[in-house]
Design a protein around this ligand. Structure first.
Ligand code: ATP
Ligand code: MG
Length: 393
């Protein structure tokens, strides 16, 4: 018996004329995610996508694991494929294929869908026949059409009959890439990987930018960011990471700017440089992990000063979230343990003793202009390090 995966599309189905484009993007993302596991046939059929293994020995558990991270899928299930489209084949396959689930259940029902109208039995007849067969094989079971423990689905499609039960919830969201492209400012902290995940979920393809200040920050701090992005990339797909050499800029900040404005000017410079990298990569937005009031640089006044440094829209998906809510998501996407590894971020070198929580934009801009960072910004942009990130194996 052959097995395949049946995936139900999410919000995609709402997209009317764009539906085709969304489906194609989803199929491409599935293909990229499954490519290391072997060859597959990926096809769309009504509001579902089928993933059929073509090579031998493919581990379907691993396929499910990867599929569970792909945005644009509401639910998925493993299904038995009866290539011979007869009721006899359905009756002999279903009880064996679903044996474990049916033994563990007390109640069940059968739901049939017949998109091949040439199939000799109508849906209610398929349900009645298969229901009877299951009852005779598993006499402990009872039929419950309202709240069954197991729902057995039979779908008679063009190329065969699919039998499955208990779909698993998918990652939801929209296929990565259908919402455009954005730059995520990624530190080694808890927040920015979560922000990346949240915006990839809304269909954005990500490019990552990380600011490093060696020797004040270590190679291990940068490696930690790479490992975080590998985790994020299980959801967001492969991405490019730019590491910006930030040391000379930070040293100039320390030497030439008023101490209480260090952080805010640094944040503005990060925005300015990230926006330049965004433009180089055709990205139309920036994403940060800022959350209102979390630290001095994330008050409403400080955020207004930071925001002014970029013209493109800045997404701050965590802005209204509590730390615990952010941590809950970081557990879910498995970044938490990596995020709490204790390495310095460039944000924590040269931190002022008394940062301004209500900076005046006018003074901030004056101090920034007086120091004239332009040549150092150009130099940093000439010396970007580029790393390609693939999902963690
Ligand atoms: P995180 O937990 O993501 O580090 P945070 O609460 O520590 O966030 P800040 O250090 O003030 O907050 O940084 C706010 C945001 O600025 C981060 O979420 C991230 O988007 C960006 N950021 C901070 N440091 C860096 C860095 N070294 N490289 C790139 N972006 C950074
Ligand atoms: Mg940080």
């Amino acid at each position: 018996m052959k097995e395949l995966l049946l995936l139900k599309n999410g919000e995609i189905v709402l997209k009317g004329l764009n539906r085709r484009q969304f489906e194609d993007a989803l199929k491409k993302n599935i293909k990229i995610a499954l490519n290391p596991l072997g060859r597959f046939e990926i096809a769309s059929a009504q509001s579902a996508i089928t993933v059929k293994p073509l090579s031998d020995g493919i581990d379907l558990d691993e396929v499910c694991e990867r599929v569970s991270h792909i945005f644009g899928i509401v639910s998925f299930s493993r299904a038995a494929l009866c290539e011979e489209k007869t009721m006899e084949a359905v009756l002999s396959t279903a009880p064996d294929y679903l044996e474990q689930k049916l033994r563990a259940a007390k109640t069940f029902k059968v739901e049939a869908k017949r998109s091949d109208k040439k199939f000799p039995l109508k849906s209610p007849e398929i349900c009645a026949e298969l229901g009877g067969e299951i009852l005779s094989r598993f006499p402990h079971l009872k039929v419950d059409v309202h709240k069954p423990d197991v729902t057995v689905y039979v779908e008679i499609r063009d190329f065969g009959a699919y039998i499955h039960a208990d779909p698993v919830r998918g990652a939801g969201g929209m296929p990565v890439g259908t919402g455009g492209k954005a730059v995520i400012l990624i530190s080694g902290g808890i927040d920015s990987p979560v922000a990346a995940y949240m915006m990839a979920k809304r269909g954005l393809r990500l490019t990552a930018v990380h600011f490093a200040s060696p020797p004040y920050t270590s190679a291990r701090a940068e490696d930690k960011v790479v490992r975080l992005l590998q985790k994020v990339s299980r959801y967001a797909g492969p991405m490019t990471m730019y590491t910006v050499p930030f040391t000379r800029i930070q040293e100039k900040l320390r030497d030439d700017c008023p101490e209480e404005l260090f952080t805010i000017i640094m944040r503005r410079l990060m925005m300015e440089i990230s926006q330049r990298i965004a433009r180089m990569n055709d990205c139309a937005a920036l994403i940060t992990g800022e959350s209102l009031g979390q630290v001095a640089s994330q008050t409403i006044g400080a955020l207004n000063c930071t925001n002014e440094a970029a013209d493109m829209i800045v997404f701050r998906p965590l802005i209204g979230m509590d730390k615990q809510e952010i941590i809950d998501i970081s557990y879910k996407i498995d970044t938490y343990e990596t995020s709490i590894e204790p390495y310095e971020d460039c944000c924590t070198v040269f931190t002022p003793r008394h940062p301004r929580t209500k900076p005046r934009l006018k003074f901030v801009k004056e101090a920034q202009q007086k120091a004239d960072f332009a040549p150092l910004i150009e130099e940093a942009l000439q010396n970007l390090k580029v790393t390609t990130i693939y999902p963690e194996e």
